[in-house]
Design a protein around this ligand. Structure first.
Ligand SMILES: Cc1cc2nc3c(=O)[nH]c(=O)nc-3n(C[C@H](O)[C@H](O)[C@H](O)COP(=O)(O)O)c2cc1C
Length: 122
């Protein structure tokens, strides 16, 4: 079963992140979901849902963005896709600069170390 890491960060467009998660689940993927604190604010403002609501979907594992020991933080973990959607300028800038100070940024950089492209969708 394919596995994706999806990070919802604090840019406008939370609905695209939710839609992505639902499409992946519908196609039989497992999703490790990371929602930053700013992402949670926009999820509430734009979609009226909480991280817990989306984390309860079958096939979703809701990760703690502060947990740098989560599996997706490891460059040797094997996920089939890493997507940041929506991607805030802050998170994109950190990834571009190699800064991995939370699980969202660390997972994207860990994916690159493992030679899987990380996709950022602003
Ligand atoms: C309602 C709202 C909308 C925002 N929209 C954007 C946006 O479209 N793009 C962006 O880069 N930042 C946006 N921000 C600012 C980010 O949330 C902020 O830079 C935050 O630090 C990003 O943190 P994160 O990357 O850890 O989620 C928005 C903030 C709020 C409260």
């Amino acid at each position: 079963m394919p596995e994706a890491v999806v990070a919802i960060t604090g840019a406008s467009g939370a609905q695209y992140g939710v839609r992505l998660v639902d499409e992946l689940l519908g196609a039989g993927w497992q999703v490790s979901l990371i929602i930053t604190s700013a992402g949670a604010i926009n999820l509430d403002l734009e979609c009226g849902i909480t991280p817990h609501d989306i984390g309860e979907r079958d096939g979703v594992t809701l990760e703690d963005n502060n947990n740098l020991a989560a599996r997706s933080a490891s460059g040797s973990a094997r996920f089939d896709a890493y997507v940041v959607c929506p991607a805030s300028g802050t998170t994109v800038g950190k990834i571009a600069a190699g800064i991995s100070d939370n699980l969202a940024t660390r997972s994207a950089l860990g994916g690159v170390e493992g030679e899987t492209q990380a996709h950022c969708s602003p």
